[in-house]
Design a protein around this ligand. Structure first.
Ligand code: 5GP
Ligand code: MG
Length: 177
């Protein structure tokens, strides 16, 4: 595994994001809407650095079917809180083509939040094909397939404390699941 962002870099980036959000939202309540499953590690680290009243809601979006190829996007909003009239912050692990953020944003707007902003950990450069941009991102990264800190390859590696690029040896050693 080639380490792209170390645990220390990630923690510093999340701390800086928490400061920006605190300046922006002050003591206003925020409803986080975490796109499952990739954003959960970042969510856990971020919300513990924030002191305004926070609610956590989940939405499932799956576009990567198993490997590295993108498939059709399916949304499951059965674990959503009521967000009508609330200030909401959508959180995802990585902004790639922009499809996930666009589709989820469309769905959430129908639920009439008071405001809806978005935050992603990683912004993959040069991949965007949808017009929507995230309001906040923590790191820009080159166009490589990354895992760790929530991001998976075939549902594994989410628990790595760093973000890494899988190398040939890692792919060969990858457990068959
Ligand atoms: P988009 O819809 O913007 O094309 O892609 C966003 C989703 O694709 C992310 O939520 C993530 O699940 C997945 N994805 C995109 N790039 C990567 C990557 O480099 N590694 C992993 N593990 N997932 C990715
Ligand atoms: Mg995802």
């Amino acid at each position: 595994m080639k380490i792209l962002l170390s645990e220390q870099q990630l923690q510093a980036g999340i701390a800086e994001l928490a400061n920006r959000l605190t300046q922006e939202y002050q003591n206003r309540p925020i409803t986080f809407i975490a796109i499952m499953t990739g954003s959960l590690v970042m969510l856990a680290d971020l919300i513990r650095r924030l002191e305004m009243p926070i609610r956590v809601s989940l939405i499932q979006a799956s576009s990567y079917r198993g490997g590295m190829e993108s498939g059709d996007l399916t949304l499951d909003d059965s674990a959503m809180l009521d967000i009508k009239g609330r200030d909401c912050l959508l959180i995802d692990d990585i902004f790639d083509t922009g499809k996930t953020l666009s589709k989820v944003t469309e769905r959430l707007k129908q639920m009439q939040p008071a405001s809806l902003s978005s935050v992603v950990l990683l912004y993959k450069e040069g991949r965007q094909t949808f017009p929507l941009e995230p309001d906040y991102f923590v790191f820009k990264i080159p166009d490589e397939f990354v895992v760790g800190y929530g991001l998976d390859y075939q549902d594994l590696y989410r628990n790595l404390p760093y973000v890494g690029v899988m190398e040939k040896a890692d792919l060969l050693a990858h457990p068959t699941v």
